[in-house]
Design a protein around this ligand. Structure first.
Ligand code: NAD
Length: 315
């Protein structure tokens, strides 16, 4: 019987999280789901549109699901193209997951939040956990509301919802889905292809980021931590590293000296400018032992090594 259900498993994070959970618990124990059919399906897979609560409930019952990772969302940059639609999808899918879980005995939920919850009111350096939240995007507004709903379901119904405010996630395994930090994945692909990279942010726009391996490990460590250690029931600040486009380009140039970057900022520059530059994650460190392993240099080495391997296999 499978026990974990990943909703939105076909995306940047879900692709890698599915594999990590299957490595731990076994293929049959982890049900992958997305609103669309996915390629290369192994292990249990179900099509679920998370705006449909009945469909979530059907799958939860079928596999006797004990924990749900609710990754489905419209991300920051894409969300701005349709603000009210983004609010509807992001909130409706969360409410469905919370209600279906409460009504069907699902024991634990993972709900990802984001650094997009922060806005102009915060101190952008080492942004504290308990900052005033005035997000600048509809995505950020939905995540800030979602964090409070997570806490509400814990306090009111005892539902064990756990959450992380991910920074921009960078990995070689999958492509990003329309966020403001996507450039930091695309830049490595361009470097491997030997192409010039045109960046949609200005050269000195520093943002908090995290390597995929650290982001997935944080997720699993949070979910495995004893319940009494989880003292923040909105969402934990999480940090990996911070850098600007200019700095990531320099780290790539240590391996590819001829690599070139140009800057053509678009509407995403304004979103990025409203976000923190670095994050204080001391509560995550204190409560459940979080500790990132990758910095910019080690991430660049690992990204390039793995992307080269991937590209050579594809040839
Ligand atoms: P993504 O866009 O790559 O993947 C999201 C997946 O959800 C897609 O496969 C999409 O098909 C699916 N989906 C969309 N609407 C759906 C619906 N109604 N029902 C079912 N599936 C649906 O996103 P990601 O980067 O993997 O992010 C996963 C989660 O982590 C999101 O909640 C996102 O807000 C959060 N997050 C991501 C980052 C990042 O840098 N990637 C940073 C902060 C927070």
């Amino acid at each position: 019987m499978a026990r974990s259900l990943i909703i939105g498993a076909g995306g940047q994070l879900g692709t890698v999280l599915t594999q990590a959970l299957r490595d731990i618990h076994g293929n049959d124990q982890v049900v992958r789901s997305d609103m669309r059919e996915l390629d290369n399906i192994t292990g249990p897979f179900e099509v679920i549109d998370a705006t449909d609560a009945d469909r979530i409930a059907e799958v939860v019952k079928k596999y006797e699901i004990e924990e749900i990772y609710h990754l489905a969302a419209i991300l920051s940059a894409n969300g701005e193209k349709n603000p009210l639609g983004t609010w509807d999808i992001n909130m409706k899918t969360l409410f469905n997951v919370l209600e279906v879980s409460r009504m069907n005995g699902v024991k634990k939920i993972f709900y990802p939040s984001s650094i997009a919850v922060f806005g102009s009111e915060v101190n952008q350096q080492n942004t504290p956990q308990s900052s005033f939240l005035n997000p600048s995007t509809v995505y950020g507004i939905s995540k800030a509301a979602g964090e409070n709903w997570a806490q509400y379901y814990f306090q009111r119904y005892g539902l064990d919802v756990r959450s992380l405010r991910y920074p921009g996630v960078i990995g070689y395994q999958s492509l990003p889905g329309g966020g403001t930090t996507d450039y930091a994945v695309d830049i490595y692909h361009k470097a491997i292809e030997g192409a010039t990279f045109s960046c949609f942010l200005e050269e000195n726009t520093t943002l908090p980021m995290i390597y995929m391996e650290d982001a997935i490990r944080a997720t699993i460590e949070l979910m495995q931590a004893p319940k009494e250690n989880i003292k923040t029931r909105t969402s934990y600040n999480l940090a990996g590293m911070s850098f600007s486009p200019k700095e990531i380009a320099s780290s790539i140039q240590k391996i590819y000296p001829d690599f070139e970057i140009t800057y053509e900022p678009d509407f995403r520059q304004q979103i990025a400018a409203s976000w923190p530059q670095s994050i204080d994650d001391s509560r995550a460190k204190g409560d459940w032992g979080w500790n990132p392993k990758f910095n910019l240099e080690s991430m660049t080495e690992d990204m390039i090594k793995n992307l080269k391997l991937k590209y050579s296999k594809a040839e």
